[in-house]
Ligand binder design. Structure first.
Ligand code: GTR
Length: 374
């Protein structure tokens, strides 16, 4: 069964004109951009702009004495304007006081309510254990995705769609959906990191849980400035292979969340095998940079086996670029992380969630592969 599934997947190393990709140059020059384009056209849609010309970073606050003196906090507003109005993405950063500058950083795309990632540290949650991130020598950065685009289907009127979409013209079927908007927002945080001397913008990992994990992958796939991309329990439309997937299907996700993907994606409901891509190809776009995929054993809706399969099938691209992928072809036991290659993977025992266990494994992997490079 698993072999049949694998055989039915599109080949990341076969270009659309039939060219077999055999060198890193061919990958970078031909196939990588072709795959990005396929995901834009058929899955996530196309952002109408990169960095807005008039975008500004406003330092709202900077204070020391956080986390028993171990961190400073910065609050930065990313302010933007477009034909449809203006908007603000508020970015929070806790920077370890003692660490050598510039500091490698984890950026959390927060998809949950404020108490899960409290910038005032009144409520502490495993979802964003900022104290422990700082303790391990990383800056902990976070924004909430509702600042970029509220998570509701409103015909793309609010958030950055309303601000930047061309006015008074019909929406093309490959216009960016809400996941695409969120990923775009994470890239704007990277624009800020490039200006902050405390932050090592060459050592940033973008992290997301579930819908945030789908977003982190699409962000890291497109924006090569991110050194590491972390998907936690991202499932359908994230790390999980769509063909033959258990749990949530394209039909389910496009029905419950009609605003997440582009309109074209809906035409693949129930016809996953017609898609010119599958999610291992999204993962392969992160190569040769670091990728981490985490699953949870009871998260059958996301389908851990399909998430792991995508890691295995992204391997040929990593190997073409001279690196090991996930370094195994059978799924590891729960709580037995695979960290030796450039794709890290673990299945945590338990439910759909982002926990301290997951964070510590991301940091173990980053200590080994990202910090070691510094
Ligand atoms: C679910 C959705 C999943 C996942 C999850 C979440 O309802 O079906 O694809 O995104 O929400 O974001 O927690």
């Amino acid at each position: 069964m698993e072999n049949n599934r694998r055989a039915a997947l599109p080949d990341p190393l076969l270009a659309s004109d039939g060219t077999r990709i055999q060198t890193p140059e061919q990958w970078a020059g031909i196939r990588r951009s072709e795959i990005v384009e396929l995901f834009r056209k058929h899955v996530y849609g196309r952002a109408p702009l990169d960095r807005p010309e008039n975008m500004k970073f406003v330092a709202v606050e900077e204070s020391t004495g956080w986390m028993e003196g171990k961190a400073m906090r910065k609050t930065v507003d990313i302010v933007m304007e477009g034909p449809g109005g203006s908007g603000v993405i508020r970015l929070y950063l806790f920077v370890p006081t003692e660490a050598r500058r510039p500091v490698p950083t984890f950026l959390l795309i927060c998809n949950r309510r404020a108490e899960n990632a409290d910038p005032d540290r009144q409520v502490l949650s495993q979802f964003w254990p900022a104290e422990q991130i700082v303790e391990r020598g990383y800056a902990a950065a976070m924004f909430n995705l509702k600042d970029v685009d509220p998570d509701k289907y409103d015909g793309f009127k609010d958030g950055v769609h309303g601000i930047f979409d061309p006015q008074d013209v019909p929406r093309p079927p490959d216009a960016w959906g809400t996941l695409g908007a969120w990923a775009w927002g994470a890239s704007r945080a990277m624009d800020y990191f490039e200006t902050d001397p405390d932050i090592d913008h060459t050592g940033v990992g973008v992290v997301g849980q579930s819908r945030g994990g789908k977003t982190a992958l699409w962000c890291g796939a497109q924006d090569e400035r991110f050194a590491m991309t972390v998907s936690n329990d991202s499932g359908c439309g994230g790390a999980a292979i769509s063909r033959g997937k258990q749990g949530e299907t394209l039909q389910n996700i496009n029905t419950s969340f009609p605003h997440w993907f582009c309109e074209n994606f809906k035409s693949y409901n129930g016809r996953e095998e017609e898609l010119p891509v599958d999610q291992h190809m999204l993962l392969s776009l992160v190569a040769p940079r670091l990728l981490y995929v985490a699953s949870a054993s009871e998260d059958t809706w996301a389908d851990p086996a399909s998430e792991f399969l995508a890691c295995v099938e992204a391997g040929p691209v990593y190997r073409l670029l001279g690196l090991e992928g996930v370094g195994a072809s059978t799924m590891p036991e729960p709580d037995s992380p695979l960290h030796q290659g450039s794709i890290g993977y673990h299945v945590r025992t338990g439910k759909h969630n982002l926990t301290e266990y997951d964070w510590h494994r991301f940091m173990d992997f980053a200590d080994r592969h990202m910090k070691a490079r510094a």
